[in-house]
Design a protein around this ligand. Sequence first.
Ligand SMILES: *Cc1c(COP(=O)(O)O)cnc(C)c1O
Length: 424
Amino acid sequence: MNEATESAVWHPFTQHGLGEPIPLIERAAGARLYDALGNSWIDAISSWWVTTHGHAHPRIMAAIRAQTERLDQLIYAGWTHEPAESLAAGLIRITPDPLTRVFFSDSGSTSVEVALKMALGTFANIGEDRHRILVLQYSYHGDTIGAMSVGERGVYNRAYQPLLFDVGTIPFPHEGQEQACLDALEAACAAKETGDAPAAFIVEPLILGAGGMLVYPAWVLAEMRAICARHRVLFIADEVMTGWGRTGTRFACEQAGVIPDILCLSKGLTGGAIPLAVTLCVEPIFAAHLSTDRARLFYHSSSYTANPIACAAANANLAIWDEEPVQARIDALAEAQAAHLSLLAGHPRVVNPRRLGTIAALDVAAPDSGYLSALAPRLIAFFRDRGVLLRPLGNSIYVMPPYCITPDELAEVWAAIAAALDSL
Ligand SMILES: *Cc1c(COP(=O)(O)O)cnc(C)c1O
């Protein structure tokens, strides 16, 4: 395996003190990563949930190349370009009618920050004293301070805790406890006292990703949405991970018939090729900022807002969805995942096997659990040595491959999981 040596790089979510090897990847195609020595790995987690159609999809690569010949970057405050205009129009076309406006940014975390600021700005501009944010237990929305504030608190953000803002946390709707979750949301939404009145509820629809691939039913999501609507609490759907087919439909909200007030998209927006994010919103949120008064404008921008090359990649992604049998690939992958999972479901080490669309997950019965569990790094190394890129969340192993993964490659991934379970 080719490794980086004498490197100046400080890696994300990596404890360099453990001296674990860091493979040096040279190229990727489809569901496979290759190093310069000819080793390859099956990318069973879509390079951290971003790669949807496969690495280096020819159409997305061609769109990027073509765009580099025309326009690389443009200030986006008060200027525009064709790739962003067609992408905004395309996103409005494929999302429910009430979503009418598209705000561009550059990562999932930023799309969440934008969503929170849109919600707070809306109530500030209409002169209503609502600024509490409600969140679901175990959620993950990104690693910037605002995104961490609305996410689960733990070892990964303990050092920053004093700066994280207060939120109202709604208990996760574990099986049999759905009503308690909904009752808590209802009570929190109804709060009227200064400081308690909520502006928004932010939620990952149907499955909590980084929280451990925790699934909950569509009817609960629909009820959550209805509760927020009744109390005029803005409903923010963070589909940064669930978007673009992961849960079996293009967007997870579709399965619950839910139309959010604000929708965050990133990761698979460009097919996973290049960073880009959008925050879509309903017209009243835009209207609350619409005025001849400059003090009411939406005060947010990043340098690379709506970068033309990234927008061109996203337009190619939309074209792929329109013209290639993406849904059929997703359906086939979902079915194959279900079959593989059911074969392992009875394994004595397997707890809580679960699947939603193309995502399959299981927990490993082991004495220590949680994010710092010693099991995860051992499993990661085991899989890496067998040519599979998997990165368990604590004791939860999940498989979230690109939709182009072949049946043989998928079988290899599951064989590696079975071998890992047997080795324990
Ligand atoms: C990954 C993720 C984010 C953060 O996206 P980044 O692009 O890593 O900043 C936000 N929300 C959810 C649900 C995610 O899975």
